[in-house]
Design a binder for this molecule. Structure first.
Ligand code: FAD
Length: 285
């Protein structure tokens, strides 16, 4: 398949992006790594009349410690994070999660900002952002900027609260998560996950004092699971008993869809298994 005709524009700097988006209006789309947009255009699921190429904006390609946190530029590729030097061990989950994103050629072109903007409910960056309370910086007309909490970014399937004339410049992970892990199940290596689970434990020695649990693939957006977090808040010794209780509570609380990739019951079973596994991996860090 070939895409419908479009006009190509290359942004030379960050201000140029917003100027082009404002000028071209709803008919324009940003293209970053093209790893999601190009397939959609080839299948004619997207037919933008104008493409604004931001891929050469090197100032938006960085992984930068910021106090206790980490700033990642929107144009940073998945592979950049996978191979980032000197990353605080508290952000190991980010590096390790990249192994689940497609294959190396996709990770070498696909970007963090593109992934967040594309808002696939099983995408690793969307899940990590929700789990770790990340904040996304969106730049709009005239250079205005606003911060969007990840919990407020995702609206539904492939849909965000970004305005058509806004684009993501960076994402900030505010604090390290030394006892966090992400795991998932996909039919084939490199496919999007059927279900993905991510856990961030608050540990005091071998005691769990709380934690966060997020799932992808069980709702139109990645979700935090309160019922599972309540089990962690009640606390207990690190080990299978607490982790199974946490996973059972999550499976009970979610209402996943049934589709060609699996029934609702199958997804619940996957969620249970994956949360137990993620808790165990997180506790071993
Ligand atoms: P693009 O394709 O260029 O753009 C995607 C969308 O985001 C477009 O709507 C575009 O307008 C918008 N956009 C891009 N950048 C910005 C920005 N800075 N601000 C606002 N809007 C922006 N992803 C996963 O997470 N997990 C997987 O397992 C996975 N497997 C894949 C397997 C295959 C075979 C393929 C082809 C892709 C896979 N991907 C997977 C997708 C990949 O991660 C993409 O890189 C990512 O979803 C989009 O990033 P991109 O830079 O390629 O964005």
């Amino acid at each position: 398949m070939k895409p419908a005709a479009f006009t190509y524009h290359r942004a030379r700097d960050v201000d140029g992006v917003t100027a082009l988006l404002t000028e071209l209006g709803d008919d324009a789309k940003i293209i970053a790594g093209g790893q999601s947009l190009v397939p959609m255009m080839n299948f004619r699921l997207a037919r933008p009349r104008h493409l604004v190429d931001v891929s050469r904006l090197s100032t938006l390609r960085h992984v930068t410690p910021d106090g206790a946190g980490l700033r990642i530029g929107a144009l940073t590729t998945h592979h950049d994070v996978e191979t980032a030097d000197g990353l605080d061990p508290g952000f190991t989950i980010l590096r390790e999660a990249m192994a689940w994103v497609g294959h190396l050629p996709i990770r070498s072109l696909g970007t963090v900002g593109g992934s967040l903007a594309h808002a696939d409910a099983t995408a690793e960056w969307c899940l990590l952002a929700v789990l770790l309370n990340a904040r996304v910086t969106a730049r709009g007309p005239g250079g205005s900027e606003r911060q969007i909490a990840a919990a407020d970014l995702f609206l539904g399937f492939y849909s965000t609260t970004l305005e058509p004339d806004e684009f993501i410049t960076e994402v900030v992970f505010p604090r390290p998560a030394p006892h966090a892990a992400l795991t998932e199940f996909a039919e084939r290596h490199g496919d999007f996950a059927t279900v993905a689970a991510a856990v961030d434990l608050d540990l005091d020695g071998d005691t769990v004092r709380g934690g966060r649990v997020a799932l992808g693939g069980v709702a139109p957006t990645p979700v935090r699971v309160d019922a599972a977090e309540e089990v962690l808040r009640r606390g207990g010794r690190v080990g299978p008993q607490l982790f199974t209780e946490c996973a059972d509570a999550a499976a009970e609380a979610i209402d996943p869809p049934s589709d060609a990739n699996g029934t609702a019951d199958y997804r619940k079973a996957l969620a249970r298994t994956l949360i137990t596994r993620a808790c165990a991996e997180a506790s071993e860090r």
